[in-house]
Design a protein around this ligand. Structure first.
Ligand code: ATP
Length: 424
């Protein structure tokens, strides 16, 4: 009976024993649920634990966190709390609740419930399996909706026919889980999904919720598979009526994938790429700047995201022509690429197969990016230059000289400054 819990790392097993103790002392039965249990049964690592408590989940969480001497964040109004244990280990705790949807595609009305109520409101059967962590039956598998069977047969199945009408974001989730686990959306679920699309349910969802789902899709390990399946099942018209995945876009996405791999392999110590954003920019390739602006505003992408998306869209043909000129100094490569984000540089590399462009981008990451000069404002002051905009001018001239290989030491930097001051 306890075999499912036996497969867990020792640290997690200890945590669950303690959680069981807290549950029984508070007289609030507690269960592991959701993606954690699904992944445990699939033999996949997952350190995002989800616990549902029949009773006051926040009180349970506070008691549990106190005994663990761990940090806790509570959301009283939702009856939820998160305990962060570091090393990627996180426990989400929620009070069991019952939900109903008074209006399709809107947020549900919630009231306290028991474990079965809580599992009944979930998206797919594979996410409804629970494991007791209570002392009296620790490790018992609870499977009201035949989730284990669907896991075994690799099926994505909704719990009732109106599931996608209640919450159309489940359409994205279905595709995400199907492709992630190599499962199949079973026929009735597929039928209900098509019916929800035919009723244009996606237009009734808050755009920000859709944006979050798009991001999750593009963050999956093999986003191109998901994009293909999305195009096949729902198309991308919900993003923009002109958006579709042509053969060209498809090839472009594959090129993006290669360049992301290249970056990750060669520069693991750099800021990690927002991979999803590069794919998203790729999806929008055929659209005009004005259409992309509409998308960014409608889905309320964050400022930094919109900026990167538009920066790429606004790149001029001249910029690329300059980048592949035979004679171009390192300082000019630096000036062109340094203001761009890594995401934009990677998509440029994916788009233009020109060898010189590739070499310049590689050189940029290898040598120029992050190159700094040694001299500082204090040095300038010592040389009698009073602080002001002139400082910046000197710094950039020195940096250019350094990029072009003309300065190799602090002394050489200082000598150049002195010359610049003299000739001012
Ligand atoms: P992932 O592995 O992608 O994190 P997950 O299954 O852990 O997947 P979460 O988004 O963290 O998914 O949600 C946790 C649980 O909450 C899910 O397993 C599912 O049971 C439930 N859930 C999440 N979103 C919905 C939804 N839109 N409708 C119904 N149930 C949902």
């Amino acid at each position: 009976m306890k075999k499912y819990l036996n497969n867990l790392p020792e640290e997690v097993k200890d945590l669950m024993r303690l959680a069981g103790k807290v549950a029984s002392q508070n007289n609030m039965p507690a269960y592991l649920v959701g993606g954690f249990v699904r992944d445990l049964l699939l033999g996949l690592p997952n350190l995002d634990l989800d616990i549902v408590v029949e009773g006051d989940g926040v009180k349970f969480a506070q008691d549990f966190a106190h005994r663990l001497k761990a940090k806790i964040t509570c959301h009283r109004q939702f009856g939820t709390a998160t305990i962060n244990l570091g090393r990627n280990l996180k426990i989400d705790i929620a009070s069991a609740r019952c939900e109903y949807y008074p209006e399709a595609a809107h947020l549900p009305v919630v009231r306290p419930g028991n474990l079965k109520d809580d599992l009944k409101r979930r998206d797919f059967t594979i996410n409804t399996i629970a494991i007791s962590i209570n002392q009296k039956d620790r490790g018992r598998l609870i499977d009201f909706f035949h989730g284990k069977e669907d896991l075994h047969h690799k099926k994505i199945r909704i719990l009732h026919d109106l599931s996608f009408i209640d919450d159309p974001t489940r359409i994205f989730r279905a595709i995400r889980f199907e492709q992630r686990f190599n499962f199949k959306i079973e026929p009735n679920t597929l039928k209900c999904l098509s019916q929800a699309l035919a009723q244009e349910m996606l237009t009734k969802v808050q755009p920000q919720r859709i944006r979050d789902e798009i991001i999750l899709i593009l963050k999956e390990d093999r986003p191109i598979r998901l994009i293909k399946r999305m195009e096949q099942l729902i198309s991308f018209k919900f993003v923009h009526p002109r958006l579709y995945i042509s053969e060209n876009i498809h090839r472009f996405l594959e090129s993006i994938q290669r360049q992301i791999k290249w970056f990750k392999k060669n520069y693991p110590e750099r800021r990690p790429l927002d991979v999803w954003l590069v794919y998203f920019m790729g999806l929008l390739e055929h659209l005009k700047l004005s259409q992309v602006k509409v998308i960014c505003a409608r889905f309320a992408f964050r400022r930094g995201e919109t900026k990167r998306i538009l920066n790429y869209k606004k790149l001029k043909a001249r910029f690329i022509l300059n980048l592949k000129k035979k004679k171009i100094k390192p300082s000019q490569i630096f000036q062109k690429l340094e203001p761009l984000s890594y995401e934009v540089i990677i998509i440029i590399k994916a788009k233009f197969k020109d060898k010189l462009i590739h070499k310049r981008i590689a050189d940029f990451f290898e040598i120029y990016n992050g190159m700094r000069i040694v001299i500082s404002g204090a040095d300038l002051q010592r040389l009698g230059v009073s602080p002001g905009p002139y400082y910046q001018k000197i710094f950039s001239q020195v940096l250019n000289a350094k990029l072009n290989g003309r300065l190799r030491s602090r002394e050489e930097e200082l000598a150049l400054i002195k010359k610049l001051i003299r000739n001012k």
